[in-house]
Design a protein around this ligand. Structure first.
Ligand SMILES: Nc1ncnc2c1ncn2[C@@H]1O[C@H](COP(=O)(O)OP(=O)(O)OP(=O)(O)O)[C@@H](O)[C@H]1O
Ligand SMILES: O=P(O)(O)OC[C@H]1O[C@](O)(CO)[C@@H](O)[C@@H]1O
Ligand SMILES: [Mg+2]
Length: 334
């Protein structure tokens, strides 16, 4: 359970809206449910914006009730649908969205999404003055100010489930498997899956792969007569990277196989961890609005929720230095 900050309500709202944006993440539904139910408990009407910022621009905004969020806490994806709305990067379009909301009497917005969605939320709040609270909802866990994001834990466990299966066949055939996991430019899924899956190597986006990088693999395989190996490759920017590594391994006499887990990692029922995180963040988002916050994200640090200014979501805190902990842990486990 998370520690909740003490908040004094000093604002009132009649109507607020909630949306999900960017790649969907397991737990987004739990967060929507919590926003809607907390708003209703506080006497506020809550509206759901469909298809992220696209729905704000088109006015695809519908009233929500306690019943409309029944039976969704366990469902992956997002009942509000999501989108990558490139035109929201234009100021004129953001003003159009603001007018749509004010015409409907909506006074504040809750945005559930990744770093891009929160960048849009920040601009929208600053330019229009409408109070906006963001929730970090992305499998990538690439929001440095928060220790955790909604969907990350589920994605790690989904990837692990697949990796454990791959191990069985890798072991039976004595093969080297390269498994690519998602995460865009962040290596959080790769590093957690690497540790939890007992991988032989983890190639993070920032890892420099040289011709002798996997030399150790060949030596160990000969020495221990252990033929199978598991290499986790973070998605990164270069789609060809995993194929290049496979090519290098072939030249060194291995017979590598590639498995790209892709969007399987985005779907599925959220873990208990993500349901609790999302429920807490959704409820606190409404409480933050009532306490007068208006350009903030609900972050979690050392087990406590806190209000992080949207200006500062890219700033890491020393206790969240995940990359450093990965390096030192990895060295001990090898
Ligand atoms: N700089 C920006 N200004 C305004 N809006 C933005 C900006 N960056 C992103 N957005 C909006 O947020 C949407 C989602 O952003 P993005 O595609 O980066 O995904 P995300 O929210 O980071 O989630 P994920 O990385 O998990 O898919 C964009 O399609 C756009 O509508
Ligand atoms: O579903 P799309 O638009 O191809 O996006 C894929 C990207 O979205 C994420 O799943 C979430 O940001 C990334 O890990 C991945 O790079
Ligand atoms: Mg992102």
């Amino acid at each position: 359970m998370y520690a909740v900050p003490e908040l004094k309500p000093c604002h009132s709202f009649s109507r607020i809206a909630v949306l999900t944006s960017g790649g969907d993440a397991p737990g987004m539904n739990a967060a929507v449910r919590a926003v809607v139910r907390t708003a209703i408990a506080r006497g506020i009407d809550c509206f759901g914006v469909h298809r992220g910022y696209s729905g704000l621009v088109d006015g695809d905004i519908r009233p929500m009730t306690s019943r409309s969020v029944k039976n969704i806490i366990q469902r992956g994806g997002t009942i509000l649908k999501s989108d990558r709305c490139l035109e929201f990067k234009e100021q004129a379009i953001r003003w159009q969205a603001y007018e749509t909301l004010t015409e409907m009497g909506i006074e504040a917005l809750v945005v559930i999404g990744g770093d891009g969605s929160l960048a849009g939320a920040r601009l929208f709040a600053k330019e229009t003055g409408m109070p906006v609270i963001g929730l970090p909802g992305t499998i990538d866990n690439d929001i440095p100010a928060s220790d955790d994001t909604i969907g990350f834990d589920t994605a790690v466990n989904t990837a692990l489930d697949a990796i454990d299966r791959i191990r069985d066949t890798a072991d039976s055939h004595g093969r080297v498997f390269l498994v690519e996991v998602m995460g865009r430019n962040s290596g959080h899924i790769a590093s957690e899956v690497g540790i939890a899956g007992g991988a032989d190597f983890v190639v993070l986006p920032e890892t420099e792969v040289r011709s002798d990088t996997f030399q150790e693999l060949s030596t160990e395989r000969t020495r221990f007569e252990e033929k199978s190996a598991l290499i986790i490759v973070a998605e990164g920017e270069n789609e060809q990277r995993i194929h290049q590594i496979a090519g290098d391994l072939k030249q060194q006499g291995h017979e590598p196989r590639i498995c790209i887990l892709g969007h399987t990692q985005r779907g599925g029922s959220p873990t208990g961890h993500d349901r609790v995180l999302a429920s807490g963040m959704g409820a606190i988002a409404v409480e933050f609005l009532l306490a007068g916050y208006g350009c903030h994200m609900v972050g979690v640090r050392s087990g406590a929720f806190f209000a992080c200014p949207l200006d500062e979501i890219h700033l890491a805190h020393p206790e969240s230095a995940a990359e450093q902990s990965f390096d030192s842990l990895w060295r001990l486990l090898k």
